[in-house]
Write a protein that binds this ligand. Structure first.
Ligand SMILES: [Zn+2]
Length: 126
């Protein structure tokens, strides 16, 4: 394991119980996959985690994630969290959320592109 990962792991010991998911989440955070997209001037915010198959939307407050793991396992009560939401929590604690700013005009196109990604992934995984 890299030294950077070791350091990050040490910052968030409370998540270690998620084991494999925790490991995957650490990699995602280190690769800068956790994004917060802010739209100006409205201040609207979208959180996303860039995954291998596309971006997933997350809403850490509800909590919600657009991935199939969240849909089937978390909502089904078999798992507590998916690795995207876990990545977000780790990134927030470690101060590693990658903030990207867009203007409000880009909100529609951004959303459309990301939703398209989500559907592509769903198609592949079903
Ligand atoms: Zn997810």
């Amino acid at each position: 394991m890299s030294e950077e990962k070791e350091k990050l792991r040490a910052k968030v010991p409370e998540f270690a119980k998620y084991e494999r998911k925790f490991d995957k989440a650490l990699d995602a955070v280190l690769s800068g996959c956790v994004k917060e997209i802010r739209f100006k001037p409205s201040g609207r915010k979208i959180c996303a985690v860039v995954g291998k198959m596309g971006d997933e939307f997350i809403d850490p407050e509800r909590p919600y994630c657009s991935c199939s793991n969240f849909y089937f396992k978390v909502l089904g009560g078999r798992e507590e969290v998916c690795y995207h939401l876990l990545s977000y929590r780790i990134a927030v604690k470690a101060g590693r959320v990658d903030v990207v700013e867009f203007s409000d005009e880009d909100y529609g196109p951004y959303l459309a592109a990301t939703v398209r990604d989500v559907f592509e992934v769903l198609k592949k995984s079903s």
